[in-house]
Design a protein around this ligand. Structure first.
Ligand code: PMP
Ligand code: PLP
Length: 425
C-alpha cells in the first residue's frame, strides 16, 4: 500500500510536537532521570487527592495519591500504554487481523485511544478527504458522520443498501463509472475512501453479511480504496457468533476501524479506539497532539483498571449482560410495533444496535409529522431526513431508539404514533 496517496495536504503537513515527544519520553524514563523538559504542571498543586469508584459487581477501583497524580497529569497522545496493550490483545483475539504481524511500512495493525469514536472518525476524515474528492457511503447513515464529512467539501456518493447493509453489486455499479487503471494517475477522480457501519447501522439497524463484506473488500482491492469500518454496535450484536469484521479480512492494510465504549461502558467518559495500518494511525495521533493532546488520563486509567481487573472473560461477560438488555428491549419494541403500526408502517427486525428504522406508509416526508405534530402528542422520534446525504429530500422514515424507554413507554409511544399517522392520512 502506498499510504501517501491517501493523505490530505493538511494531514501530510503534520509534524510531531517535540514537547509531546519529550513528555512521553519522560514518562518512560526511570525515576533517576531529572527532567527539566516538558511543560507539565506540578500535580501537588491540584486540589484532587485520591478516589475510589464502586463497580456494580462489588469491586472497587482505587486511585491512591500516586495514581491520582498520574490520572491528573498529561499522558501520551496515543493513549496510556496499559490500556492500549489490553485493547490490542482484545482486537487480536476478536478479529485476528492479518496485519497484526506485518512490518510498519506494510501497514502493521496499530491502535490509538480517542475521545469517543466520533473524535477518531472526524480525524480520519480530515486525514483522508480533500475538497472535491468523491467519497463512498451507504446513506441513510449516521448524522455525525455527515456532520464531519460534509464541511470538508467532498462529493458524497451514495451506494445502494438494504436491511443487510451495503449491496456489493450496487457498489460495483457505482464504481463502474471509473477505470481501475486510472486509480494511480495524477488528478484521478476515482474514490479513495469508502465509509460504512457494518452492524446495527445508525439509523437503519442493518447488519452486513459476511459474504457482502468479502465482496466489498474485493472491490476495494480492485480500486485501491480504504474502508472506514465504523462499528460502535459491534458489541451489541444479539446473536453469536458475531460477524467477521472487515478488519479480520484485511490482508492489504486498507481497513481503518473505529470502536467505541459508548454503548457498553459509558458514553459520557468518551472512550473510543482507532485501529488501522500504523502509517495512518500515526497521522491521527499527530492530529490528537495538536488538538485534545490525549483522551483524559483519569478516564483512561479508570477504564484500564476495570478491564485489567475483569480480564477479557470478565469484559465479555459484561457484554453478554448488555446484549441481553438490548435484545429484550428490541423484542418489546417489535411487539409494540406489531400491535400498533402493522397497517400504517413497515420495518425490519434489527440484529444489532439500538434502533428500529420505520417506514411510514402513505407519508412522503416525516419531518413535519415528527417535529410538529408528534411533539404536541409528546412522543419524540428522529425524522429520517437527517440521515440522508441531502437532508431536504423527502423521507418517509423515522428512527426509534429502544435503548432508554421502558417497554410500557415504547408501547404508549407507538400507540400515539399510530394515531398521528392515521390522522395525517
Ligand atoms: N495554550 C498554551 C499557551 C499552553 O501553554 C498550553 C499548555 N502547555 C495549552 C494552550 C494547552 O493546554 P491544555 O492542557 O488546556 O490543552
Ligand atoms: N458512529 C456511529 C455509527 C454512531 O451511531 C455513533 C454514536 O451515536 C458514533 C459513531 C459516535 O460514538 P462515540 O460516542 O464513541 O463518539
Amino acid at each position: 500500500m502506498n499510504y501517501a496517496r491517501f493523505l490530505t495536504a493538511v494531514s501530510a503537513a503534520r509534524k510531531p510536537s517535540a514537547i509531546r515527544m519529550l513528555t512521553e519520553l519522560q514518562q518512560r524514563s526511570p525515576p533517576s532521570m531529572i527532567s527539566l523538559a516538558g511543560g507539565a504542571p506540578n500535580p501537588n498543586t491540584f486540589p484532587f487527592q485520591a478516589c475510589s469508584i464502586q463497580v456494580k459487581n462489588g469491586d472497587t477501583l482505587t486511585f491512591d495519591e500516586t495514581m491520582m497524580k498520574r490520572a491528573l497529569q498529561y499522558s501520551a497522545s496515543s493513549g496510556i500504554p496499559e490500556l492500549l496493550t489490553w485493547m490490542k490483545n482484545l482486537q487480536k483475539n476478536l478479529h485476528n487481523p492479518p496485519t497484526a504481524n506485518y512490518s510498519a511500512e506494510m501497514g502493521q495493525m496499530d491502535m490509538c485511544v480517542t475521545t469517543g469514536s466520533q473524535e477518531g472518525l472526524c480525524k480520519v476524515f480530515e486525514m483522508l478527504v480533500n475538497p472535491g474528492d468523491n467519497v463512498l457511503l451507504d446513506a441513510p447513515t449516521y448524522s455525525g458522520t455527515l456532520a464531519a464529512l460534509q464541511p470538508l467539501g467532498c462529493n458524497l456518493i451514495n451506494v445502494p443498501s438494504d436491511q443487510h447493509g451495503m449491496i456489493p453489486s450496487g457498489l460495483k455499479e457505482v464504481l463502474s463509472s471509473w477505470d481501475p487503471a486510472d486509480v494511480h494517475k495524477p488528478h484521478s477522480t476515482v474514490p479513495r475512501v469508502l465509509y460504512t457501519i457494518p452492524n446495527g447501522g445508525n439509523p437503519t439497524g442493518a447488519s452486513m453479511t459476511t459474504q457482502r463484506k468479502r465482496e466489498v473488500y474485493e472491490l476495494a482491492r480492485e480500486y485501491d480504496l480504504l474502508i472506514i469500518e465504523d462499528d460502535p454496535y459491534y458489541f451489541l450484536q444479539f446473536d453469536k457468533p458475531w460477524a467477521p469484521t472487515f478488519l479480520s479480512m484485511d490482508v492489504d492494510g486498507r481497513i481503518i476501524r473505529t470502536d467505541s465504549f459508548s454503548k457498553i461502558l459509558s458514553s459520557g467518559l468518551r472512550i473510543g479506539f482507532v485501529t488501522g495500518p500504523k502509517p495512518l494511525v500515526d497521522r491521527v495521533v499527530l492530529h490528537i497532539q495538536a488538538s485534545t493532546m490525549h483522551t483524559s488520563t483519569f478516564t483512561q486509567l479508570m477504564v484500564s483498571q476495570l478491564l485489567h481487573g475483569w480480564g477479557q472473560e470478565g469484559f465479555l461477560n459484561h457484554i453478554d449482560g448488555v446484549i441481553e438488555f438490548y435484545r429484550t428491549q428490541r423484542d418489546a419494541m417489535l411487539s409494540s410495533a406489531d400491535k400498533w403500526l402493522k397497517d400504517v408502517a413497515e420495518w425490519h427486525a434489527p440484529a444489532a444496535g439500538m434502533f428500529l428504522w420505520i417506514k411510514l406508509k402513505g407519508i412522503a416526508d416525516t419531518q413535519q409529522l415528527i417535529m410538529e405534530k408528534a411533539l404536541e402528542k409528546e412522543v419524540l422520534l428522529v425524522p429520517g431526513g437527517v440521515f440522508m446525504i441531502n437532508s431536504s429530500d423527502p423521507c418517509p422514515y423515522v428512527r426509534a431508539a429502544f435503548s432508554l424507554s421502558t417497554p410500557q413507554q415504547i408501547d404508549e409511544a407507538f400507540k400515539r404514533l399510530s394515531a398521528l399517522i392515521k390522522e395525517a392520512l
